[in-house]
Design a protein around this ligand. Sequence first.
Ligand code: NAD
Length: 489
Amino acid sequence: MAKQGNRVNVEGVSVSTDHYIGGERVSSPRTFEDRSPLDWDWKLADIARGDADTANAAVTAAAEIFPAWATLSALERAAYLERLARLIEERVDDLATVECSDMAMLEESLRLRVIARGARNFRAYGELAADYEERVWESNNTRNRVMRMPAGPAVIITPWNAPFMLSTWKCAPALAAGNTVILKPAEWSPLSCALLADLVDEAGFPPGVFNIVQGCGEELGAALVSDPRVRRISFTGSPETARHIGRSAAENIVPFTAELGGKGPLMVFEDADLDAAAKKAAAQFDDSGQVCLAGTRLLVQDSVSDAFLEKFHADTDEHVLGDSRDPTTTISPVIHPEHLAHIGGFVDRARAAGDEIVRGGKVWKEGGLWYEPTLIRPQSNRSEVVQKEIFGPVLTYQTFGTEEEGVVLANSTDYGLSGIIYTQSAERADRVGRAVRAGTVWVNCFLVRDLTAPFGGFGISGMGREGGDYALDFHSELKTLQILEDSTR
Ligand code: NAD
């Protein structure tokens, strides 16, 4: 076990404020403040603020141990991932407490679902990598073998929403594939990954295999992605940051996946179960809309618009804004005062431009970080609130006549991460499901995920695919070994 280093107590849970590099706790001369969105006066910690030296130390540790980790069999690596999965399961409550304090996701949802998904990520990828069989076939009098070779140190950069789930989702395939990892979580919600470092240590990973460093994007993140020893970059965040990272990746010719923002349509057809559709539409306010996959553009067929809206308002009225630790709360505060101002800015500009604010449209309680669930009827499909990701509890409402018109609206932004369709017609589900340009389209459901399915975005919602074998292929060098038949004994 690494020495304890600097730690804070968060609601009874001891959390490191240092980096975890080469199996050691490492501090930085500078720190950054981490506050709780539940009460902005509540300072949680001063966290080590990594810089170029931190990046260098972490990449060095990951590069030195890489050959040894890469040489282990996938089954041997899976045993480490399984140990980590079990430790996460043992610490679900602590992880939920810490992440709820740090980014205000509803504690009950963290405890019952989100943290457990982190354990599943490690277990599932360990097993999947161990199950891999080389592709072997014969042609041109040769035997072709296609194998996965570990690529090298991988940098994983994650956003502030769902930090534990997303970080584990992205680190697990890298480790399972035989890469060593440097994880940099977002500076607005660093604590659950700081706690993950304790579990990595306890799981006994060889020092340097899994490093976790803390700091700001422009300082630490930029230094990590520009190090030529890094052979994979896996990023989740905004398109703006992806462009910066992409430049570094291009400089070093490093494969790079980007899971970026979304502006998903939620389409309701006249043959839909309107009760279910309205309920799901109102649920897009969950987590205060800080969900990349959310269906934030409600597109409803004219003939059912009035009936749908009535149900949608009734369902939205059921939401309870409050403290994320209270199980009756359904809408949490947003992550940061800057983000609250960012959301409010969109709504204020929409109002000034003549878009109709149908409900909400303001901060819930002065001094708090809640924004009211807001519905906007835009004047035009070109309105900023329709075309740009807001990442808050703000939905837009538009209607359409024919199915074709609905599809045109659905596909009318630069994004393409997700889509949600409500219809009871199998033919329409297939037709519209194919026509909507998005990486994941759900029909009559939302957020149901099979970890082996590909995940990613069309357009500015991303590049590359993660999930299942797609992630393992990304984290590997695929090699073809071709042997002339009967030439070896
Ligand atoms: P962000 O792009 O501001 O930051 C993401 C991460 O990148 C942070 O860790 C940050 O420190 C780091 N970073 C910033 N500048 C960097 C640089 N120059 N070099 C290297 N790293 C840098 O995004 P955010 O505000 O933290 O997250 C919100 C965004 O993430 C939204 O657009 C949301 O839709 C998106 N998101 C996408 C998915 C998905 O799966 N597609 C999932 C969750 C969130």
